[in-house]
Design a protein around this ligand. Sequence first.
Ligand code: ZN
Ligand code: ZN
Length: 413
Amino acid sequence: MRQYKIVLVIADGLGDRPVSKLNLKTPLEAADKPNIKEILKSSMVGLMDPINAGIRPGSDTSHLAIFGLDPYKYYRGRGAFEALGAGAELSENDVAFRGNFATVNSDFMVIDRRAGRKLPEADELVKLLNQEINEIDGIKVRFYHGTEHRVAVVLSGPGLSDRISDTDPHEINKKLNMSYPLDNSPEAKRTAGVVNKLTKRIYEVLSNSPINEKRSKEGELPANIILLRGAAKYQRLPQFSSYTKINPAAVTATALIKGICKDLGFKVVTPPGATGGIDTNYDSKAQAAIELLKDYDFVFLHIKATDAASHDGLIEEKVKAIERIDSVIGKILDHYGSDIVLAFTGDHATPVELKDHTGDPVPFLLYVPYSIISDNVSDFNEREARKGSLKIIGLNVLNLLLNYSNREEKFGE
Ligand code: ZN
Ligand code: ZN
């Protein structure tokens, strides 16, 4: 049997509901998608529940499921994936946090959760913290800069736990929280203690730094604290190549997704101009995927723009992003149309009028380069997908791809 290469395109937060400004069409219905329409006659179409019916997924849990790993078994919280995406090297049992540079007053009242959002000095501040704070009570501490005001903080040492609460109060005009243990273990107690001491040290180092002195003089808010959340103990995920026998590569610019892919053993590429936002360079992403297909049999292309537009309520931007993704798919098919099976879907719905993820099923399309019984649909969107043959959950995706690329191992004899 001829084996085909596999391309998986995920438009983050693709799924939607009827939008009043689009005459009750969804963005996927409103978007012009000539390339996708062209392949419908050689595709299966349907709906996917990323986790299960009605479950509201995060991008992390849904990607785990789509990559074939049960999130209820493998999901350890977001901190570790973000840290990996920001370039951290993690060892088993390290505890990682996501964090924001933020502004507090001298009573530790949070004035701004993002230190005014404009923080070109973030790299320097992270460097300073790594110079000044090496350990707390025998626990090694490292800081990594993500994007903008985002940082990852990693604790390494014996006897740590991730069963501790956030210091981030998640709102302004609230006092920074003390971290407290979420169970009765000595490890959780010890880790919460380390986090509270660390938070004080961070405040001392940052509030005395010349960088913040300069910011204050220039009328900018000082970045004098890091709000920590999402403690996660790092446990390495199984390697994608070991459970699929395929060498995978990913094109993505989003720290969280980069982190998951790195951990699964993907070759991860962030091409020039790829931003993880609505201004991303689509051509450069298509080109990167086309290049990777020379050497890899599984190429995953992640586009965040659809989710970013949805969270900001930008209807037209979401439609435009879908149209650009259509042209990316067209470019890949121009090069490899007869050599690949290609799936296109979202990792969850992010209805643009709600600006948040929902547990709605997401349209799913699977193109194959040979003759199949295709679904009788006239377009690819939330409405037409209900007429298609596929009714799947995220955990089915990988098996479908392996089966139709003739790579699935036989179960039994
Ligand atoms: Zn997502
Ligand atoms: Zn989102």
